[in-house]
Write a protein that binds this ligand. Structure first.
Ligand SMILES: Cc1ncc(COP(=O)(O)O)c(C=O)c1O
Length: 421
């Protein structure tokens, strides 16, 4: 284990120029996202969208979205309008509402809390009773985090042959303590959307809350559909869907942190609400886990949504779809390489039965590409935005070379593992 040498608190103030050059120095070895070398973490449409988001963010850098109803009314108004855009996109009924959060994990946490409180309201709260969540194996680790905090049991159902949720397998895991069903649009590991319609039927039949995790696809998949691409629906048109999480800071192309969570009706929003009244300062009431929230994120999301509009998102969706098709074609043309699932969006998961993909990924890392991996099945993972469009030829050339090196028995310069954080 390498020990981090603890720094002392700075003894004197330093000028911006010095700080900036030190920051450049410490980030010199970072992966170059601008050259499309990161297959996750960063999402990009085009330079103009980037600048609109950045400018709007810094115009409201100091304001606090917690004060959106009491001081910064314009921020509160923009927040409402962003939520309205999502409600419109997801065909929400008139009584629906939502919240602007700091990320997918927070949006999921809030939906899990609302679902738990719904179950408690219907079935009472019994001491020693542990409630559970039934979800496909591919649901995001944010559900594990929420379950840990709220002391819930997680039940992961196996997938069908297309690596989507197997709804009958989910059904078999349900019991009286099941408080939540989950589907993803799409799931992170394999990039495919679960059969939300069938999970919605199961939710209607059992009366269990269904959350759709559209953190990745929420703000872009509807435009794939509007362009005529054959992608599955996942939204409130299915009556069992009670809540949806959708990240603006992924394929909404908005600056971080920015996500949204939507609820089918008003009472569900109340369930997601945190109200504290006992302390000396009076009632503290928030729809989010966070108290203070960046107003810059709200303004930037509002600006990016209005900058792109239906036309801009459809253009982005069109380019993402064409780019994904082109990558898929190239990947499948490499001998022994195959897709682990047919992508519904721009996540591609691929591997091989013939050679070790971790070794291939290690060779790619040696060439400056940040490799992302899946463990089950062993494969490489690309979550691609439009940063990856101009680098396709470079990526494929390096992938081909890395594969032939591994086939020739060359070991990777860098060992890589499927880990996050
Ligand atoms: C499907 C899915 N859900 C939720 C999340 C969590 O989002 P965040 O990292 O913004 O908390 C992610 C992150 O990649 C994701 O892919």
């Amino acid at each position: 284990m390498t020990l981090h040498k603890r720094r002392q608190f700075p003894s004197h103030g330093q000028k911006w120029d010095d700080l900036q050059s030190r920051m450049r120095e410490v980030t010199r070895a970072d992966t170059d996202w601008r050259r499309g070398r990161t297959p996750l973490f960063v999402f990009f449409n085009d330079q103009e969208t980037y600048e609109v988001g950045r400018n709007a963010f810094f115009n409201f850098f100091t304001e606090n979205a917690l004060g959106g109803g009491r001081a910064f009314f314009g921020i509160g108004q923009m927040e409402k309008e962003v939520i309205d855009c999502g409600l419109d996109l997801f065909h929400a009924p008139s009584d629906a509402g939502g919240a602007f959060t700091n990320g997918g994990t927070e949006s999921i946490f809030l939906a899990v809390k609302a679902a738990r409180d719904f179950h408690r309201a219907r079935h009472g709260r019994q001491r020693g009773r542990q409630l559970n969540i039934v979800m496909p194996d591919t649901a995001h680790a944010a559900f594990d985090k929420s379950a840990d905090v709220m002391d819930l049991e997680l039940r992961r159902a196996p997938l069908d042959a297309s690596r989507r949720a197997d709804v009958e397998a989910m059904r078999r895991l349900i019991d009286d303590n099941t408080m939540l069903l989950v589907g993803s649009a799409p799931c992170y590991p394999h990039g495919v959307t679960d059969p939300v319609e069938a999970i919605s039927d199961l939710a209607m039949e059992t009366g269990i809350w269904l959350h759709v995790d559209a953190c990745v696809g929420g703000w872009i998949l509807p435009f794939f559909k509007r362009n005529g691409r054959d992608v599955p629906d996942f939204d409130f048109r299915f009556p069992g869907v009670r809540s949806i999480s959708a990240d603006l800071h992924k394929f909404g192309f908005c600056p971080k942190p920015a996500s949204t969570v939507f609820y089918r009706d008003q009472t569900d929003i109340e369930r997601a609400m945190f109200v504290a009244d006992a302390w000396p300062s009076g009632t503290f009431r928030t729809k989010t886990l966070a108290g203070t929230r960046p107003a810059g994120s709200v303004a930037a999301a509002w600006a990016v949504l209005h900058h792109l509009g239906d036309e801009g998102y459809r253009q982005a969706a069109h380019r993402l779809a064409s780019m994904t098709d082109a990558y898929v074609k190239d990947i499948e043309s490499i001998g022994g390489m195959k897709l682990w699932a047919r992508p519904d969006m721009s996540i591609i998961n691929f591997g091989s039965d013939d050679y070790d993909m971790n070794a291939v990924a290690g060779r790619m890392a040696g060439r400056g590409w940040l490799p992302a991996l899946t463990r089950r099945p062993k494969g490489m993972h690309l979550m691609m935005s439009l940063l990856h469009e101009p680098v396709q030829a470079d990526f494929m050339a390096d992938l081909r070379t890395s594969v032939s090196e591994v086939k020739n028995g060359q070991t990777p310069q860098t060992q890589v593992q499927a880990t996050y954080g």
